[in-house]
Design a protein around this ligand. Structure first.
Ligand code: ADP
Ligand code: MG
Length: 266
């Protein structure tokens, strides 16, 4: 009896909060169904592990700053015939490429789903307890430049090491000055063969000299980024544009249909 009274305290001291919550109701079930004590203990441990896993995923999702709702289940692959869904699913479910610190690059015009796919894969990786941090490249460059001005760029880059995957969204959106090029290159060099980068860009490599001002730096950056990388190019028409066209068509058709319908009803 005395031992049972101590149990919730012991469980809390051991930081087994899920077990502390469940031990009593599960004990009733255990007695009702005449479980073995080992069976009872195993069920409690399993519950603790599951709770921890879901708390971890929630924590990783929050710290990732990924766009919410951009998952594989909300991506319509019929709109991008050049992408094999199995390839994207494999990159999402099998995280070996992250363990090998490889990169993933999405190229294509604006609105074709690059950011959506990068986020969908990242969400899938988080489910496997991989830490991801999504950045809009422009915002990250600004942060890095500030860090450099405060003489803490090295520290800033080291802090990013805890993320196995960094998403650089929209690299190439605007032309970079020499100082901006420099910090971006430092990030790429810092993560080379130690951590993965997912890049989305509307400019193919051939046009990267428009992003990075220094040509030798551009070549070195491309070399490092593609050394171990999967490259996915999306050439499809913009999803947004197609949605707008189909919406427009519908609204143009509707007035033609409605009067007929009305006549029938009369
Ligand atoms: P990009 O990064 O290539 O400019 P986004 O990923 O931001 O494009 O896509 C623009 C919008 O269209 C987003 O809201 C995205 O969720 C949606 N979208 C794009 N392609 C698809 C698709 N194939 N299925 C579902 N939604 C899509
Ligand atoms: Mg984008």
């Amino acid at each position: 009896m005395a031992r049972t009274e101590a149990l919730p305290v012991l469980l809390r001291q051991l930081r087994l909060s899920a077990m502390a919550q469940l031990w009593e109701p599960l004990l009733d079930l255990c007695e009702e169904e005449r479980w073995d004590p080992a069976q009872y203990l195993a069920a409690l441990c399993e519950h603790e592990l599951n709770e921890r896993q879901s708390r971890r995923i929630a924590r990783f999702t929050k710290e990732s700053h990924l766009p919410i709702g951009k998952t594989l289940s909300t991506f319509d692959f019929s709109q991008t015939p050049e992408i094999r869904p199995e390839k994207i699913e494999a990159l999402t479910r099998n995280s070996d490429w992250v363990k090998r610190a490889e990169n993933l690059l999405f190229f294509g015009p604006s609105g074709v789903g690059k950011t959506h796919l990068a986020a969908a894969i990242s969400h899938g990786l988080i489910e496997q307890s991989i830490r991801v941090r999504h950045f809009t490249t422009t915002a990250l460059v600004q942060e890095m430049q500030q860090a450099r001005a405060d003489l803490r760029l090295e520290n800033f880059l080291a802090k990013l090491d805890k993320y196995e995957v960094i998403v650089l969204d929209d690299l190439g959106y605007v032309k970079k000055s020499e100082a901006e090029t420099h910090v971006l290159f430092e990030l790429i060099a810092h993560r080379y063969e130690t951590g993965s980068i997912i890049i989305t860009s509307n400019q193919p490599f051939g046009e990267w000299d428009k992003i990075f001002t220094d040509p030798s730096m551009t070549v070195a950056a491309i070399d490092r980024v593609v050394h171990h990388a999967t490259i996915i190019e999306i050439a499809a028409d913009s999803y947004r544009k197609r949605q707008a066209i189909s919406h427009n068509c519908k609204s143009r058709l509707e007035p033609a249909i409605t009067p007929k319908k009305r006549k029938k009803e009369e």
